[in-house]
Design a protein around this ligand. Structure first.
Ligand code: FAD
Length: 286
């Protein structure tokens, strides 16, 4: 890494459903915080489906003095609800948000209920109501959002979020670095010049990863899928192979001076810390 290159590292958590899950999350955060990431983010269920648990997790993180970026998914919510949530975060000293549309859980109504239809409308609202009080990150899709009618439409929609005032973007996870580099090229052509931070999903559980990937449109390349299938129930083999795959990906991204890495931790410390150590980031300070 060159001396001027200062990638920013962050960790994503989800709000646990149980008291035991919360205790485990606290231990995970303590271990991950030891490497001093720029911030932790915490997911939020669209339509307010995880609202209280997200609040609880964000409140605990803030009580520890940890820089926290709550996710905010707008679909199914009214302006008043979103305003109240953001004011609540502001009172806790939160100054970063990840602004999303979200997907309503089944049974929670239609995607066009509520005030907002798309994330760009949320970003516009946040800038109008809260000016520059928050550093706003949005989602980007190197392999394109599954509901986008075309690759170009998705890029134009991404540009709408940037034009509305997003400071940076975090990508959906991917295992094909070229998809990320192609996204950067397309953005450069469209005059988009905010940092686009790769989202990194460690590989620890093939069944779960395959399910997520089908839902969110992230491709697991065939050669990776076939090997993971072959390992069957051998979780150690899956973890070892998955670690090598994701380590290579992170190395390539950092060699190309990606602006940072955002790790989807799934509330586990070990996979991220192992990557951290093998990337030679131990002792790394922001
Ligand atoms: P948008 O940017 O609104 O895009 C959604 C779709 O609509 C795309 O296909 C886009 O091309 C299209 N579109 C956008 N604008 C327009 C327009 N004006 N006209 C027509 N079409 C348009 N989900 C959660 O529920 N909670 C979370 O905490 C959460 N965290 C996430 C974090 C990251 C980093 C990422 C990458 C995703 C996360 N998601 C989360 C998932 C996300 O909410 C879904 O992928 C959702 O389907 C799209 O959200 P978005 O913000 O990208 O939507």
């Amino acid at each position: 890494m060159t001396t001027h290159y200062q990638p920013a590292f962050s960790f994503e958590l989800f709000p646990p459903k149980t008291t035991e899950g919360m205790e485990q999350l606290k231990q995970t955060v303590a271990r991950l915080n030891a490497v001093r990431p720029l911030y932790f983010s915490c997911t939020y269920g669209a339509g307010g489906s995880t609202r209280e648990r997200t609040f609880e997790t964000v409140t605990w993180l803030r009580e520890q003095g940890i820089t926290t970026a709550p996710h905010l998914a707008c679909i199914g919510s009214s302006e008043e609800e979103i305003r109240a949530i953001v004011q609540h975060y502001r009172e806790q000293g939160v100054d970063r948000l990840v602004a999303l549309r979200g997907d309503l859980p089944s049974g929670m109504g239609r995607l066009d209920s509520g005030t907002f239809r798309y994330a760009n409308e949320l970003v516009t609202f946040l800038r109008r109501e809260f000016s520059d009080e928050f550093y706003i990150e949005v989602a980007a899709y190197p392999e394109f959002h599954p509901q986008a009618p075309s690759a170009m439409a998705d890029l134009e929609n991404f540009k709408r979020k940037v034009d509305a005032g997003a400071n940076a973007a975090i990508t959906q996870y991917f295992y094909n670095a070229d998809a990320y580099f192609a996204l950067l090229d397309s953005c450069a052509h469209l005059g988009i010049n905010i940092p686009i931070i790769p989202g990194i999903m460690p590989i620890t559980n093939y069944t779960q990863l395959a399910r997520f990937s089908d839902a969110c449109g992230a491709e697991i390349p065939r050669w990776i899928r076939r090997r993971l299938e072959y390992f069957g129930d051998d979780r150690d083999a899956i973890r070892a192979f998955g670690h090598d795959v994701v380590l290579d990906l992170c190395e390539r991204l950092l060699e190309h001076e990606a602006p940072g890495l955002h790790f989807y931790t799934m509330n586990q410390a070990a996979p991220g810390l192992r990557l951290w150590a093998d990337l030679g980031l131990t002792g790394y300070r922001l």
